[in-house]
Design a protein around this ligand. Structure first.
Ligand SMILES: C[S@@+](CC[C@H](N)C(=O)[O-])C[C@H]1O[C@@H](n2cnc3c(N)ncnc32)[C@H](O)[C@@H]1O
Length: 254
C-alpha cells in the first residue's frame, strides 16, 4: 500500500495514504506490545495471585455480554479487562500519600482485581463501582474469600450501580479509571467528585489508565497533573501496556 501510494499522481492523496499506513502500523505495533506485556504478566505474576481468587480476574467480557443494571449509560461502556497488577502497585507507591487519610474508588471495578490490590494498603475504605451484576457478584466473592492477612484495609466493597449514581464518599479520595467508558462520562464522574471536594475542602487524586483522550481531563482548570517519580515513569514507559495520567485537584479552585 505504501509503495503503491508513491506511484500515485495525486501527491496530497498519497501523503494521506502514507500517513494512514504509518498510523495503522504504529497502532498495530502498540497493540502487539500491549498483548505481549499482558501475556508476560499473566505468566509471571497472575498465577501467584489466582490461587487466592475465588473467580479468576483475568479475561475479557465484551460489552454485549455485560448486561448492566439500571444504567442510562450502557451504550458508552467498553469491555471488561483487568489492569496489570504491577502497574497498579507502582502507581499506588508513586502517590506517596498517607493511605489512611484517603478512600480509594475504582470506577468500573469488574471482578475486583484493583480493589484487592488497593486493599493491601491501609486505605480508609476501598470501593468498587460496577454496573454488571455478574461481575459485581464475582468481585464480592473474591473480596470475601481473599486471605485476610493480606488486606490492610478492612472496608472493601463492590457496589452494584452505575458510575454516575455512586454517592461520593466523605473525605479525600483516590479515583481510579481503567478506561471503563467514553471519556465524556469519565469527565462527568470526575466533576461530581470535584464538586463534592470543593464543597468540603477535600483532596482528589485521579488515576486515568489507558485514557483514549487525555486532553479532555487536562483541560479542566480544577485538575493539575500530579508528577510521578522518575522511577515510576521509567517503569511505566518500559513495562506498562498502556499510558497513564495522574491528576490532582487544585486546592482553592471551586
Ligand atoms: C476495563 S474494565 C476495568 C476493571 C477494573 N477496574 C480493573 O482495572 O481491573 C471496566 C469495567 O467498567 C464497568 N463499567 C462500564 N460502564 C460502567 C458504568 N456506567 N457504571 C459502572 N461500571 C461500568 C464494566 O462493566 C467493566 O467491568
Amino acid at each position: 500500500m505504501f509503495f503503491a501510494s508513491k506511484r500515485m499522481p495525486n501527491y496530497r492523496h498519497s501523503e494521506g495514504t502514507r500517513g494512514q499506513y504509518f498510523r495503522r502500523l504504529w497502532e498495530l505495533m502498540r497493540h502487539i506490545r500491549a498483548m505481549s506485556l499482558y501475556h508476560t504478566y499473566s505468566l509471571l505474576w497472575d498465577r501467584k495471585f489466582e490461587g487466592m481468587e475465588q473467580i479468576a480476574t483475568r479475561g475479557t467480557v465484551f460489552p454485549d455480554q455485560l448486561s448492566p443494571v439500571n444504567s442510562a449509560h450502557a451504550n458508552l461502556t467498553y469491555e471488561y479487562g483487568p489492569s496489570p497488577r504491577p502497574v497498579v502497585e507502582w502507581l499506588l507507591k508513586a502517590l506517596k500519600v498517607d493511605f489512611s487519610q484517603y478512600s480509594f474508588v475504582d470506577i468500573g471495578s469488574g471482578r475486583g482485581r484493583v480493589l484487592l490490590t488497593a486493599a493491601t494498603k491501609p486505605f480508609k475504605q476501598v470501593h468498587g463501582v460496577e454496573f454488571c451484576s455478574v461481575l459485581h457478584e464475582q468481585a464480592s466473592r473474591n473480596i470475601a474469600g481473599y486471605p485476610g492477612e493480606r488486606l490492610q484495609c478492612r472496608d472493601v466493597q463492590s457496589i452494584l450501580c452505575d458510575a454516575l449514581d455512586y454517592e461520593v464518599p466523605e473525605g479525600n479520595c483516590v479515583l481510579y479509571f481503567f478506561n471503563p467508558f467514553d471519556v465524556q462520562l469519565v469527565e462527568r464522574v470526575v466533576t461530581k467528585f470535584l464538586d463534592s471536594a470543593a464543597r468540603n475542602g477535600n483532596r482528589v487524586i485521579v488515576i486515568y489508565y489507558n485514557s483514549k483522550v487525555p486532553e479532555l481531563l487536562s483541560g479542566d482548570r480544577r485538575l493539575a497533573f500530579r508528577p510521578l517519580s522518575k522511577l515510576c515513569r521509567l517503569r511505566l514507559k518500559l513495562f506498562s501496556p498502556h499510558p497513564v495520567q495522574v491528576y490532582e485537584r487544585v486546592v482553592g479552585e471551586a
